[in-house]
Design a protein around this ligand. Sequence first.
Ligand code: NAD
Length: 381
Amino acid sequence: MKIGAPKETYQGEARVAMTPASAKDLQKLGHDCLIETNAGMAAGFTDDAYREAGVTVVDDAQTLFAGADIVAKVRPPSDDEVKLLREGQTLISFFYPGQNEALMNAANAQGATVIAMDMVPRISRAQKMDALSSMANIAGYRAVIEAGANFGRFFTGQVTAAGKVPPAKVLVVGAGVAGLAAIGTATSLGAITYAFDVRPEVAEQVESMGAEFVFLDFEGEQTDGSSTGGYASVSSPEFTAAQLKKFREIAPDMDIVITTALIPGRDAPELWTEDMVKSMKPGSVIVDLAAERGGNCKLTVKDEKIVTDNGVTIVGYTDFPSRMATQASLLYATNIRHMMTDLTPAKDGVVNHNMDDDVIRGATATHGGEVTFPPPKPKVA
Ligand code: NAD
């Protein structure tokens, strides 16, 4: 089969779904690879680097879509790109079918199969294809780098001839994939790092990474009782009150706050209130990784960096993986390559879209002229 990656058309998107390294691996599965000219430039991969890896470079998106059996992308397709899909063709990209119903129906009307990388089930066997986690890992790392670039002091404490420098204090709210990456980055830069999550089982992970888990003075019902399957669910009002009380206590002492708290399928919980921001020292920095879903901080402005009247910088960028386009492309392209490995079991260049496979089934949003989203729950854990 021919696998092609077009240049991303979403404004500012610098990632690419195929790298020279992933193309070599795809060829080992028996596939041929195509790339649109300059598709990798913003991520640091030249057309020549693709040519050296055996990839055919084509002039434009039309030629790419016409020549590829499988189109690999990062962002969901634009309305124009959907029109380029055709019957029997497969698109693999982030798609968010639950939020993009019209787009999904349009792709289905074209007769295309859609594999949504954001729908890969989060089971052990599928970790190598878990693009949400690879991008969250980058976002967590980059959030700390961004915080550091906006913070006027060192992270690490120093005793120098010119004076004693105290270490920065960093609080990470939400210790999922992004939060743990942020904790690892902040501690490795020498900050004193604190972390909180509604899932107490992550306390051990937080501590093993050299951070201190923030425990609440709370006894009672922690959640609203909905089933979670390992994910966070909505906190009870009493628990939220205890959480906010604790945050209010520690806010004046924190130099940097990275918020990553999310509950699947909901707007981001508001956890860092205006009065907490007001109580922080001038020069402090908040990076809100939940900005896309409304923000954990009351004052976050999506896709912007603002400075409050009391001198606190609040970063609400939502494109951290694209700001590290080389790393993000390398990991994302590898996630796609693993998906292709599962789709090409005989390594003979023939795709077997096995709908009995939990992972392939889970990620498939349209197939064979039918909308197959939402998928049934996976059978294995
Ligand atoms: P996420 O991005 O959806 O949420 C981020 C974190 O915010 C979570 O840890 C959540 O508990 C926390 N949170 C929610 N509400 C909060 C609140 N009010 N205060 C503080 N924290 C709050 O999460 P994620 O990083 O995608 O992962 C979360 C879960 O998914 C974990 O159980 C993780 O182990 C699991 N996971 C499994 C796999 C796999 O098995 N392949 C891969 C990735 C993640």
